[in-house]
Ligand binder design. Sequence first.
Ligand code: TRP
Ligand code: SF4
Length: 328
Amino acid sequence: MQKEKVLLSGNRVSGNLHIGHYFGVLKNYVELQHKYKSYFFIANWHGLTDRHDTSQMRDFSIEMLRDWFAVGIDPEVATVFIQSYVKEHAELNLLLGMITPVGWLSRCPTYKDKVKDIEGKETINLGLLGYPVLMTSDIIVYRAHHVPVGEDQLAHLEISREIVRRFNSFYGEIFPEPSAVLTKTSKLLGLDNRKMSKSYDNCIYLSDEMDLITKKIMPMVTDPARKRKTDPGNPDICNVYSYHKVFEQSEETLNEIREGCTQAKIGCVDCKKILLKKMSEFFEPIHKKRSELTDDYIIDIVKEGSKKASERAGETMEMVNKAMNLIL
Ligand code: TRP
Ligand code: SF4
């Protein structure tokens, strides 16, 4: 099947990915890669908009890519690359900067929030203000149609669409208006019922071994009304059950667990053991793949991907530079 529409998405560098990332973002990428001509990349430049320390950038980038490949993002199917390898993003960013009104950027809600957070305002830099312009460049340098993102990115994408309309009206219809493909936000909470986040230390990482996962799951809080095994429980307020819902595919088994809980036929320890068994089936192939992927292999793959990405980005820049009479 010839894939006509182009899909692109990027993630900022955050190191090891957790199961919240998997069920919120990665699972979606793995499915979408077969439907569209797909580009997935590590947005390492965007990571510099609010921090200057780059000491972990290299290791974190490699770990993220290892997770991507281990869960099934297939470099034979999708083009996987790193932003800083494809200089065309920067070239287009410069040109789009010439047509983007500063007011659009300073009114962007994510920018305003960031500015509020930054004390003394001494570190509000140009890169942070220009965040949506760089993001637009990332997208349209591939003339992408679809952009899977979380809700937090919708305001940026709206700016992208406005920049595209403005560019096309000045210089000709080069870019399609990119549309957001909303990724279902993962229903998974962290181990402590708060949002799953590295900063809360409540995550299960894709790289965690089963021993560690067991140590994390067993102490999880369940329905507090279930003091004894003979007390009936309510799975709908129990975080362990919400984990069952993502790891257990069979409706029948899920109903059995529900019944076991509400009719006090199984205890929470048993219930967690059933979950752990399912989780170990899920993690087994991921861990196997992770252990096979050496750093050198990952770097090679991503260099290849970046070359492929550059080809399409280069074509776009040729069109743009011609349209703007910058090449003769
Ligand atoms: N801003 C996105 C995020 O924080 C990352 C990103 C950068 C991106 N460039 C992109 C996402 C282009 C989609 C398309 O999640
Ligand atoms: Fe939660 Fe399972 Fe205990 Fe019910 S039996 S409260 S679903 S851990």
